[in-house]
Design a protein around this ligand. Structure first.
Ligand SMILES: [Zn+2]
Length: 437
């Protein structure tokens, strides 16, 4: 018996937008038929001209629980995700305490998350100096790979790797590595200032360029898989293009804020715009869009990285002292869609960047796509409706956002997780583990 049929004249199926009827049984997609097909089901939903998307997969989310739950926790982060059309997140290993740097720490984090997740949750492990020996067991416990920094991470318990240590980690385990690519030798101490330009000058494009080169070299000498996280500096794109041309296993992502925000328009003291690497100028963003269009950048993920309002130093507006991070798991889809549409991209492009390819990055072949056999993670999305971002309507714990007051296009109407609507009441998310673990 089919539990649910969802019809839409604008379903994103197989990389294109088309009319379709999606049948769901036992939490999975069991058929994809013509929009007008006659189908028996316990529940029928006809979205008409609303779009039907696969649930987005956000592989870059900092939940921070346990340890810094006052910054963000699993209940609030996953409610925000569901409200934003994201049905699977992969949690970053740092800012929680303990950081996810060995199998015991993973178990601690899963214990903290259990029973309160509204979407499915997987985990990255962390590679830090001295934990190389722990990586194989952590990988076997189900993490999707390992995050490493090349510069200060902002928290003392998650130190960066040297280039040699990155190579050592890549040799220790055949896993996906994801690298925060800023080079400490090219970063300058930020001076206390409420001017965004002063902060921006402290983290020049050269810092990303040098670290991307280091990460690529590590992939070259080890044969390992390296994914460049949250690329901001477009000047590093030729390095990534060359690495791909050389056949190296190197990929890159960027984030909604690097694509859509402009350094020149950041007001004095507006520390809600602070993140690392920093938001750069509009010409840089144009080059990131071009790289997305030609497939050089494969994914757009949130880098949802909240903290308390106090740590954002909104009282003083000092960019040097403020915590760096933008929390946008709930807003990524409309932020990206609003700008993508204006640039002539399709909804199918956005789904590719925010669902299919992030799922592929971590081997989640049953997510991020509407196809028979995949999980029935679905989103009803109104691609023409406008709304004004009101922080009160954000579900993450501390609704600080650089998008407050912005008018965006695209509203998530309903999110289904494995065939059932996510209401925010009963958490039904499950833990995701790497295939083969
Ligand atoms: Zn991050």
């Amino acid at each position: 018996m089919v539990d649910l049929v969802v019809r839409s004249r604008r379903a994103v199926v197989g990389g294109t937008e088309q009319p379709a009827a999606v049948s769901v049984a036992g939490g999975r997609i069991v058929a994809v038929d013509d929009y007008a097909a006659v189908l028996e089901a316990a529940e029928n939903v006809d979205l008409g001209d609303l779009a039907l998307l696969p649930g987005l997969v956000d592989t870059h989310v900092h939940v921070n629980e346990p340890g810094r739950t006052e910054w963000e926790g699993f209940a609030t982060a996953t409610r925000a995700a569901a409200a934003g059309g994201v049905t699977a997140i992969v949690d970053m290993p740092l800012n929680s305490l303990p950081p996810t740097v060995d199998a015991d720490a993973l178990a601690v984090k899963q214990d903290a998350a259990r029973g309160q997740i509204h979407v499915d949750v997987g985990f990255w492990g962390g590679a830090i100096p001295g934990n190389t020996g722990a990586l194989p067991a952590l990988h076997a416990a189900g993490v999707y790979g390992f995050k490493a920094f090349l510069a200060d991470s902002g928290v003392p318990e998650f130190p960066p790797l040297t280039p040699d240590q990155l190579g050592e980690a890549l040799r220790a385990v055949d896993a996906q590595f994801v690298v925060h690519a800023e080079d400490p030798d090219h970063l300058h101490a930020a001076v206390s200032s409420s001017a965004y330009a002063d902060f921006l000058a402290s983290r020049p494009p050269d810092a990303e360029h040098a670290a991307v080169a280091t990460a690529i070299e590590a992939a070259r000498v080890t044969g390992g898989r390296v994914h460049i996280l949250h690329l901001s500096a477009a000047s590093a794109l030729p390095l990534i293009a060359q690495a791909k041309a050389d056949g190296l296993r190197v990929t890159a992502e960027t984030c909604p804020h690097y694509l859509t925000l402009d350094a020149a328009e950041i007001p004095a003291g507006a520390t809600e715009f602070k993140c690392c690497p920093p938001i750069r100028d509009a010409a840089n963003a144009d080059r990131l869009w071009a790289a997305l269009a030609d497939g050089l950048i494969t994914c757009v993920v949130s880098d949802h990285s909240p903290c308390t309002p106090e740590l954002k130093r909104q009282d003083t507006g000092d960019f040097a002292a403020a915590w760096g991070g933008i929390a946008s798991v709930q807003l990524g889809l409309p932020v990206v869609w609003t700008a993508a549409r204006a640039r002539g991209h399709s909804l199918a492009d956005v789904v590719s960047w925010m669902a299919r390819r992030p799922a592929d990055l971590v081997g989640l072949t049953g997510k991020g796509r509407i196809t028979v056999g995949a999980d029935a993670d679905l989103v009803a999305f109104d691609p023409a409706a406008d709304f004004t971002v009101d922080p009160v309507r954000l579900h993450h714990r501390n609704p600080v956002t650089p998008y407050a007051g912005k008018v965006l296009t695209g509203v998530v109407r309903t999110t289904w997780l494995r065939g059932r609507t996510v209401t925010g009441d009963a958490p039904r998310g499950v833990f995701l583990t790497r295939e083969g673990s």
